[in-house]
Structures are given as structure tokens and as C-alpha cells.
Design a binder for this molecule. Structure first.
Ligand code: PFF
Length: 451
């Protein structure tokens, strides 16, 4: 039975819903470790430049495609031009690759919440707590299943609205708490070197991999290049300004990522006595550094528990939007009911998520080009598939349907101030840059050449 397409109520409804999908582990867990790894200030600068150019243009474009066609990704591209439906199909694969490993990290957050609530706060600040935990064969899988199960229950019972309501209160609290922790972090002895590293641009650290990592992070963080914003756009009312909404989502999303970096990077310096090697910890960085910060804070156990609860909510609103997308694709493709589709997606995620989890322990010998299994899923989706989808989307808009088709949609009822910027980026800058960066970084990871 065809369901009526619902739409977001009010102007702020759209922004909050899109921000709920955008703000998640990408901001709090992924952004800081990438910034730490790729040279601090230089990564931050590249990210900001990309956000106000590529990110802005692509998000406007995706939302406009959705609102214009009233369809989700696969059908939206098809309905604009039959030959290009395949872009939507590639885009649709991405959330299915992200959801399993996203839930593994979500499981780690759940475990830390439990640890802080059950009085393990001090133990969690020890150097080996995290590595010991993720190396275990069963426990992380258990937490992963709990997180995945919570996500699946919400999607199954269609209670996203309830979660959204709660997170509308949680999000502002998260911002305030992140700010408090960031300020505290900066005052710890030795933290200033980290603040410098994060805020000062060292151009000698610039490389194609930095740009690719920043670009992949941008797409990931803003939920771009995977069809999500097209779907959100299809629910958007015609009288809401696309340009203004995108600006607001961007400020919110980038602001939280920036603060998360401020909270974690100075602390890495402070607690490692300035040892730069500590910056390269990758996916584990947040889980190793933050417990140390909480442990040194007055009332740290309570603050830590509150923090992980808030992060859990931010992660859930994102994983729910990922799972919703995958479930709706499965329903459309196979014509299955909601329950069966949810179950199928759940099983699929468990099958794909377990190797990601085991990759830090019993399967740590499985690496591809030096990447662990989880990192590999992350690399393929964020650094390979998303740039490809973004490239194809730009070509499709720039040369097939033409930017004018979307500008008209964006201009309904309001002027589109950044019209020229939009056209230049979509037609020329983005496609050329994306291809160059993609090629050079894939060659880099394969060890063919270093740029
Ligand atoms: N943008 C989310 C984050 O930064 O955590 C990740 C994400 C959520 C990507 C939902 C895609 C998505 F559909």
C-alpha cells in the first residue's frame, strides 16, 4: 500500500530533522581523530573551506533534487533522467556499508555509558582498558548487538518521532556539555601545545590524503552523497528556504565537530606528555582520551556518564536515519513488509558488523593495505564510494539536467544568493577536484605513489 508522503512541519522542523541525521558519531568520534591524524590546523582549514564550498553546494543540490522530484534517491535520479538511475543505486549501497560498523562504534559508546554508570569510571581511564575491551571476542559484539537492536526497535515500531523529541532536548545539552569539557580540557597542564596544533595551520602537512580525508569526512558528517538528503528534501515544504536551511545545518554540524576536536586534541597532548604518536590512535582516540579527562575532573564520573548518554542519543538519531534508508530500499526493491525488511537489514548488519568488531582482536591479522576491517569499510564508503557518487551527481546536474533546473527549485519564493558559487562549484571545481583527489589517494593507499 502506498503511504502518503508526510512532510516536515514548520521551518525549524526540517533543519532539526536533518541536523539529527547529520550530527552523530561523525562529529564527536570521527572528526577529532582525523584532525589529530592529518595535521590538526591544516585539516581544520581544509575542512572549513570544503564545507562552505563543496558541502554547501552539494547539500543544496541534494535537497533540491529531493524536493523537486518528491522521491527518494533511486527514483529521484531515474525520474529526472532514465539513464542515470544508477547513481541512486550506488548511493543506496553506502548507508548499508556504513550502518554495520557505525553500530560497532555505537556499541563502544553504550559500553562506556555502562562503565561510567556502574562505577568503572576510574578503571576506564587506564591505558589498556579500551584496547583490552575491543580485543575481546564476545563482549564488544554483545554491545554492538544492543546498539543495533535499539536502532532496529525504533525503526520497527516507527517511534522515530519520540526519539527525535527527546534528542531535541538532548542536542542543546550536548553542545553545552561539549563546551564545558572543551574548556576544561584546555586548562589541563600541557594542553596548550594541543590547542596550537589544532588551531595553527602548518602548510608543510598539506597533502592530497589530507584533502581526501577532509572531503570524505565532510560527506559523512553532513550525510551527503548517499541519498539521505535527497530523501529529506522530498519531505520538505516548498515555502522553506533551502539555502538558509543548509547554512543552519552546516553551522550546527561543523560547530559540534569543531568543539569535539577542542575537547579531545588538547587532552591528547596533555595526557601523553606531548608525544605526537598518540595523535595517530585512529578510531580509538576518543575512547582512550576522554576517560582520562573525566578521571581528572571533579565530578568526572557523573559528567562522563552524562556525556556518553548524550553521545548515545546523537548516535542513535543518526543510525536510525541510516537504517530507515536501508529498510525503505529493501521494501521498495523486494516488496517485503516493514517487519521482514527490518529483520533482514538487522541480520545483514550483524553479519557485516561482526568482522569489523573482531578485526580489533582475534582477526587483527586481517588487514587490507594496512587498514583494519572496520577502517576498510570506512575507507571504501567514505573515501571511495562517496566521492564517486558526489562526482557523478555533479556531472549529472552540471551537464545533464543543468544547474538551472535546481536553481529554479531553490529560488521558489526566495532569492538564491550563492547562485553563481553553486553553478561554478557543481560544474567545474567539484568534479575536477574530486577526481584528482580520489585518484591520488587511492594510489597512495595502494602504495603506488606518495603525494
Ligand atoms: N552524519 C552522521 C554522523 O556524522 O555521525 C553519519 C550518518 C548518519 C551518515 C546518517 C549518513 C546517515 F544517513
Amino acid at each position: 500500500m502506498a503511504e502518503k508522503r508526510s512532510s516536515f512541519t514548520g521551518k525549524i522542523g526540517f533543519v532539526l530533522a536533518a541536523a539529527g541525521s547529520a550530527v552523530g558519531l561523525g562529529n564527536i568520534w570521527r572528526f577529532p581523530y582525523l584532525a589529530a591524524k592529518y595535521g590538526g590546523g591544516i585539516f581544520l582549514l581544509v575542512y572549513l573551506v570544503l564545507a562552505v564550498t563543496f558541502g554547501f553546494a552539494l547539500m543544496c543540490a541534494e535537497i533540491a533534487i529531493g524536493r523537486k522530484t518528491g522521491q527518494s534517491a533511486i527514483n529521484a535520479f531515474k525520474s529526472l533522467d532514465k539513464r542515470f538511475g544508477f547513481i541512486g543505486v550506488i548511493a543506496a549501497i553506502i548507508p548499508a556499508l556504513i550502518l554495520p560498523y557505525y553500530s560497532v562504534i555505537g556499541g563502544w559508546v553504550t559500553k562506556y555509558l555502562y562503565a561510567f554508570v556502574s562505577g568503572d569510571a576510574t578503571a576506564s581511564a587506564s591505558d589498556t582498558y579500551f584496547t583490552g575491551f575491543i580485543a575481546k571476542p564476545f563482549e564488544p559484539i554483545g554491545w554492538f548487538m544492543i546498539f543495533m537492536g535499539l536502532t532496529a526497535l525504533v525503526v520497527l515500531f516507527g517511534v522515530e518521532k519520540g526519539v527525535e523529541k527527546v534528542s531535541k532536548i538532548m542536542m542543546p545539552v550536548l553542545v553545552v556539555l561539549t563546551l564545558v569539557i572543551a574548556v576544561y580540557s584546555m586548562t589541563v597542564d600541557g594542553a596548550m601545545a594541543g590547542v596550537k596544533y589544532y588551531l595553527m595551520t602548518d602548510f608543510s602537512r598539506f597533502s592530497a590524503t589530507t584533502v581526501l580525508a577532509a572531503m570524505g569526512q565532510l560527506f559523512y558528517s553532513m550525510s551527503l552523497a548517499m541519498g539521505i538528503m535527497i530523501t529529506y528534501g522530498s519531505y520538505m515544504k516548498k515555502d522553506v528556504s533551502i539555502e538558509k536551511s543548509v547554512r543552519q545545518i552546516e553551522i550546527f554540524d561543523t560547530g559540534i565537530a569543531f568543539l569535539a576536536g577542542m575537547m579531545i586534541i588538547p587532552a591528547v597532548f596533555a595526557f601523553s606528555n606531548g608525544d605526537e604518536a598518540a595523535l595517530g590512535k585512529g578510531p580509538s582516540l576518543m575512547f582512550i582520551t576522554l576517560p582520562k579527562v573525566f578521571n581528572s575532573m571533579p565530578g568526572g564520573a557523573f559528567i562522563g556518564a552524562t556525556f556518553f548518554l548524550l553521545v548515545l542519543f546523537a548516535a542513535l538519531t543518526s543510525s536510525i536515519s541510516l537504517m530507515e534508508t536501508v529498510v525503505s530500499i529493501v521494501r521498495d526493491k523486494f516488496g517485503w513488509g516493514r517487519k521482514i525488511s527490518c529483520l533482514a537489514v538487522f541480520i545483514f548488519c550483524v553479519v557485516l558488523g561482526i568482522p569489523s568488531s573482531l578485526g580489533f582482536g582475534v582477526w587483527d591479522f586481517v588487514t587490507v593495505a594496512g587498514l583494519s576491517i572496520l577502517d576498510m569499510f570506512d575507507f571504501v564508503s567514505n573515501s571511495v564510494l562517496m566521492p564517486i557518487v558526489a562526482f557523478l551527481t555533479c556531472i549529472f546536474i552540471g551537464y545533464v539536467i543543468k544547474p538551472k533546473a535546481l536553481i529554479e527549485e531553490i529560488e521558489i519564493g526566495v532569492p538564491f544568493k550563492a547562485k553563481t558559487l553553486f553553478t561554478v562549484i557543481i560544474k567545474y571545481v567539484a568534479p575536477v577536484c574530486i577526481i584528482l583527489i580520489l585518484l591520488s589517494s587511492v594510489l597512495d593507499v595502494l602504495g603506488v605513489m606518495k603525494i
